[in-house]
Design a protein around this ligand. Structure first.
Ligand code: BMA
Length: 342
């Protein structure tokens, strides 16, 4: 069997409903008051009247290599556009587990549930990639509630209990079970009575359901509750053997886009609509050139503003934190319009 024989995806463009913030990026490494070469993939929420962001902070090791997730930086803002980066990172990886076992933390998502702020985060460990859930009330002290077994990542919590349980999206990495595909990973969902014990695993969306992916998909920001369903944005990668070096790495053959779907309000295990085209695909220079890994958009924060504007924060080229906006009605239309939905 050939190792990778999926058809190539070809050209992708962003949906006309999406508008990039004209002053992108909203955060770059030179803004950070401690050692930083790249910032990206930031969890963003509103908590006690202000915007909070937890971003991935990376250090460039040499011409080709970046150490990812060196720390999780934290920033506050009154308007979600201008950010005051705090002098120290938050959630030091060495406080997470035994010294030497936990290597770095990254790709946080923030979800407010019943007035407390929960943070999910990836953790690379000596025994595999894991994902944790922590809670904080002040962004200084974080209590880690649970860390899963390897290999699983991209945990995203829903902002309320559904059917009496907490619900998360997640992205396990089955390697042995998917022969022929080096990275064919799907979005799963599970639930928990206490954020510690998780069960009822359910395949929510497979790569085969997403026409603009031939490789892997994963949860993006925490879903937003709307009268039509849970508005849910995800990332989707496509691989092309014809791509070569594109960024600092010796070889980068992937492109990351973002998709949008709607999940049933009472039973989010049901996908009730999904745009068959990307919501956001890398197109502008800060997404396609000059970064660590070019052609990457990786959404991890989403906020519904009064008046119906949805703000989507995303990592661009694994190098910047950027912002794009769309109207809620337009996003729902992409998911439920008969022309584009499943
Ligand atoms: C994924 C994760 C993200 C990263 C993306 C693009 O697998 O590692 O942190 O932004 O790849 O490089």
């Amino acid at each position: 069997m050939k190792f990778f024989d999926e058809p190539e995806i070809g050209e992708l463009t962003s949906s006309p409903v999406i508008k990039r913030f004209e002053k992108n990026p909203v955060l770059k490494a030179s803004d950070v008051p401690y050692k930083s070469d790249l910032v990206c993939n930031a969890g963003v929420t509103k908590f006690n009247g202000r915007y909070v962001m937890v971003f991935r902070n990376d250090i460039r090791v040499d011409e080709y290599t970046v150490q990812e997730g060196v720390s999780l930086g934290i920033a506050f803002s009154d308007d979600g556009l201008k950010w005051a980066i705090q002098p120290k990172p938050c959630l030091d990886v060495h406080s997470v587990g035994e010294s030497g076992e936990f290597l770095n933390t990254y790709d946080a998502r923030l979800t407010v549930i019943d007035g407390r702020c929960y943070m999910t985060f990836g953790v690379d460990t000596r025994h595999g990639v894991r994902c944790g859930i922590a809670v904080t009330d002040d962004f200084e002290r974080f209590k880690v509630l649970s860390i899963c077994t390897p290999d699983n990542r991209n945990f995203v919590l829903f902002p309320e209990k559904i059917g009496g349980n907490y619900v998360r999206l997640e992205r396990p990495f089955p390697i042995y079970g998917r022969p022929g595909y080096p990275e064919r990973f799907d979005i799963w969902m599970s639930d928990s009575p206490d954020l510690v014990y998780w069960g009822n695993p359910h395949l929510l969306l497979g790569v085969e359901d997403v026409p603009f992916s031939n490789q892997k998909i994963g949860a993006g920001p925490p879903p937003i509750k709307t009268s039509k369903g849970w508005l849910t944005v995800f990332h989707a990668s496509d691989f092309s053997a014809s791509r070569g070096r594109d960024g600092y790495e010796r070889s980068w053959k992937k492109r990351y886009s973002a998709g949008v779907m709607l999940l049933d309000l009472a039973d989010p295990r049901k996908v009730i609509g999904m745009s068959k085209k990307p919501l956001l695909s890398p197109e502008v220079p800060y997404e396609t050139a000059g970064g660590y890994r070019n052609k990457v958009v990786f959404p991890t924060g989403m906020i519904l503003e009064e008046g119906g504007e949805v703000r989507i924060y995303y990592g661009a080229a694994d190098t910047y934190v950027c912002l794009a906006t769309a109207q809620l009605e337009d996003l729902l239309g992409l998911c439920i319009s008969p022309r584009v939905s499943k």
